[in-house]
Structure formats: C-alpha cells, structure tokens
Design a binder for this molecule. Sequence first.
Ligand SMILES: *Cc1c(COP(=O)(O)O)cnc(C)c1O
Length: 384
Amino acid sequence: MARVLLSLAHMSGAERDFVKEAFDTNWVVPLGPNVNGFENDLEQWLNQKSDHENHVVALSAGTAAIHLGLVMLGVEKGDEVICQSFTFAASANPITYQGATPVFVDSEADTWNMDPELLEEAIVDRIRKTGKKPKAIIPVYLYGNPAKINQIMAVAGKYDIPVLEDSAEAMGSTYDGFHCGTFGRFGVMSFNGNKMITTSGGGALICRSKEDADRVKFYATQARENYPYYQHERIGYNYRLSNVSAGIGRGQMKVLDQHIARRNEIHRMYVSMLSGVEGISVKEPKADRPISPNYWLTCICVDDTKKEGKDYSALSALLASHDIETRPLWKPMHLQPVFSQAPAYVNGVSERMFNLGLCLPSGPMVSDDDVERIVGLIKDFACH
Ligand SMILES: *Cc1c(COP(=O)(O)O)cnc(C)c1O
C-alpha cells in the first residue's frame, strides 16, 4: 500500500499546458504573461469574497511576502513586531531579517490563534517598557482556522498599529463571509508544496491599493529606480515568482475549489467517525462570527491523562508503522531556542496544545479508504 501523506499536492492537468506555453513562447525568464495571469486569477478569486478590491503580487515564497510586508510597513532595526507564538517559524523569521525584535503573543483555545485580550496586554506593556508602540502585528490562521480577526483588528485600530495577516495556511478560509488575508493592511499567501495550492514553491502578498502593490513589485525586483540606467536608492530583493512557476499556479486555480471541498469532506469524516472515541478529540475551530475554514489539516488532541504512555507521540509512531504520516502541532515560537531572548506574553494554550496535538493526513490525495484505515488504527490505539 502506498504511503499516506499529510498534504500532498495534486495537479489538475492544466498546469502542463500553461508551463508548455511558457516554453513555447520562450518566456522561461522571470516575469511574463503567466505571472500577470496568475495575479489576475488570484485577485478575481479574492474579490468574490471581500468588501474591497484586492491587489496581489506574486512572489517567490510566502516567507518573502511576509518580509516585504514588513519592509512596506517600515519595520527596521530597533523596532518590535508582535507575532503569534503558535505558528511556523516563517511567520517570525522575517522580523529578524529587518533587525527588529519579535514579541510573541499566545493563542486562545477556540481558534488556536492570537488571543485578542493578551494582544492588548502585550501592546500596553511594550509601550510601558520601551516607550514606543510595536510597529506591526502578525496574526496567523493556524491550519486554516479563521482567527478572531474582528477583535484583533479592533485592538490594532485602537492603538493604530498595522496588521499583516499570515494567511499562508488559510487560502479559501473565510471569516464573516470574507477571505482571511483581506482584513489587514497586507495578507500573505503560500504556494509551497503542501499548502492548498502549489507552484512548487511560491507566495503572494495581498495589498489594499495598486500603489502598495506597485511598491511591493519595486522592492521584489531589486528596487530599480525609473532611470535609463540602473539607479538604486533603496535596498531591494529578488523575490518575484518565475513565469514557469506562475504557470503551475494558473493550472492549480482550476482545482482550488475542488480541493477545499475535498479537505472539508475529509474533515467531516474524521469528525463523525472519531466522535465518542474516548481520549481523542478532533479540533473544530469556533469563532465569534460565522466562519468557513479550509480544513487545510485536520488536527486531533490525544488526552494523555487517561493511560500512561498513550500520548500523541505513541499514536504517531503507531500510524508511522502503517506508513501513515502525521505531524505534531507547531512548536510555539516562545519555546524555540532561537527566540529564547524575545519577549513573550503567554497563557499556556499553545504549549498545552503542542503537548497533545497531532495533524492527520488531510490532502486531496487522501481517499475515503485511507481515512477509514486511519480512524480504525486510532480507535484501536484509544481502546486498548
Ligand atoms: C507555509 C507557511 C509560511 C511560509 O510560506 P513559504 O511559501 O513556505 O515560504 C508562513 N507562515 C505559515 C504559518 C506557513 O504555514
């Protein structure tokens, strides 16, 4: 039997045509018609569920998008940026690229995302301790779960601090009817191999104005000023998505809605088949407004208080022995050795979840039979 993977990419078939066209027309260089086409596809798709027009810049990675978002917000040496602690390191690393300091804020239990009350406490305390406001706030949509973004935006607005949404895992998730990633000043997309869609590596920054998008493109292409020769007045980056990668992205847009529906279906199967199994709970995100998660990865918590030696790592080992891939939840940034010096405002939620949780195979290549087999093994584990 083939190994069951957490989140394997799935091609529509149309990718090949867009990439072939790039070769046939000799647009194998960076930039070209697929990049514009992909950006237009993304904009149209976002604008269907948004209260304003979005402008998208395709980049080489989601990490590059976060970095350029911080550049655009003027983050520099000596600044502090508030970042959700419960996340992948890519949310926080770019803060340090700018010479700034991350300040980590813990999550609330409903969504596993930034706790709005703790956020306000952190802002007040940073102002008291440093005499200045944090320069930006980076909330995350963990596993595609919509954060309580209305409350986060309200706190950010009260202190007039811009929000850069790390919506890298949330493509297709909505909060109050609008796409995650369209609430703040900037939003982030990732097209890495295991995200909702892939370009084999890539990302995008969602902007609110054409002026911002143009400026992001300027920074992403080495900050070349408009002169007949190469004139540079700012530090630039080589962060644009290539025309070949964008071709893959255009093909992937054709299966995005299908992929969201399939992940949702897989999530529903896990929820119904695991309901009532003692010691196992499937994470069902709730928020303060209507939400529609993309169910990028379905996560379970394994209650280890019932039986000794029966924790998430034992379950993970059992599933691995049946060629089924699982992954522990993200280890919070405030527990990472590399960020041990960074200020952190914690409440125990992310650390607790890290000690209990496991991500299950959830991608569009996972079959109904796979889910049944996985659930069978989890039940055996829980009952014996
Ligand atoms: C994947 C991911 C990113 C980074 O995206 P890349 O395209 O891999 O650079 C950033 N933040 C989160 C939360 C992610 O999961």
